[in-house]
Design a protein around this ligand. Structure first.
Ligand code: PGA
Length: 240
């Protein structure tokens, strides 16, 4: 495990974008696993800039997103399809047919999940997966209690995860499709990003705590090629 601490969110994001760009320069056909959420927003901005400047070329890159809400229309403001389109895909030269996101609007969850895992295999597996982390240690939407051998599937979201994103008074999703821990652990390289003091405790548990399904991110201790990029806030406890 390699841990790098950057001074602030912006620098954490630059470093993440640099690592991804470097991987694409070495392998233009890179298969990239991608997160959503607040943490990677600036990383996507930096990658879009690197693409605009001609530093990095996404024309042969293939992406698989980690997750998507179940039964949430693609044009909903919280949909990860919409997030990816607005923040990244529309701003780089990636081909739409090379971008995969679980289809939460599917009429057959089982078929969708099986297909998703099959498509990942057909692309030769994921070379580099980028992760955020939830305060409860979820990676993707693998909430506490997730089995280590889980693949892509439909999951129930915890109340806390839902209320981080949705107003209780609104109609909101209670489930999501997510890659499993097995998909994440099979990626050749893992890059985990965490920013802000509110992530310090979970970062500390992820690095130093016992490996337990109660904190899904702790399984990453066993990944042979894990890099974490933290800002000073998120590193607080881990460094102390
Ligand atoms: P965040 O979410 O980047 O918005 O903090 C991360 C996550 O819940 O996985």
């Amino acid at each position: 495990m390699k841990i790098r601490v950057e001074e602030n969110y912006r620098q954490m994001s630059c470093e993440a974008a640099r690592i991804i760009a470097g991987e694409i320069l070495r392998n233009p056909n890179l298969v990239l696993g991608l997160p959503t959420g607040n943490t990677p927003k600036c990383m996507y901005e930096k990658l879009a800039n690197l693409c605009k400047e001609g530093v990095v070329d996404f024309s042969q890159v293939v992406t698989f997103n980690l997750d998507e809400y179940y039964d949430l229309p693609f044009d909903h403001e919280k949909s990860f399809h919409r997030y990816m389109e607005e923040k990244f895909f529309s701003r780089v030269n990636i081909l739409p047919q090379n971008t995969y996101i679980p289809n939460g609007m599917t009429d057959s969850v089982e078929r969708e999940c099986k297909n998703y895992d099959r498509k990942i295999s057909e692309q030769g597996g994921i070379d580099l997966i980028v992760l955020g982390i939830g305060p409860n240690g979820h990676i993707g939407f693998n909430e506490p209690g997730t089995r280590w051998d889980s693949a892509t599937r439909l999951v129930e979201l915890t109340e806390k995860t839902i209320t981080r994103e949705f107003d209780r008074s609104q109609n909101h999703p209670r489930k999501a499709l997510t890659m499993g821990i097995k998909n994440i652990m099979r990626a050749r390289k893992v890059l985990l990003l965490a920013s802000g003091e509110k992530k310090a405790e979970i970062v500390d548990r992820t690095i130093n705590g016992p490996i337990s399904n109660d904190v899904p991110s702790t399984i990453l201790q066993l990944h042979p090629d894990l890099r974490m990029i933290l800002d000073e806030g998120a590193a607080g406890k881990a460094r102390g």
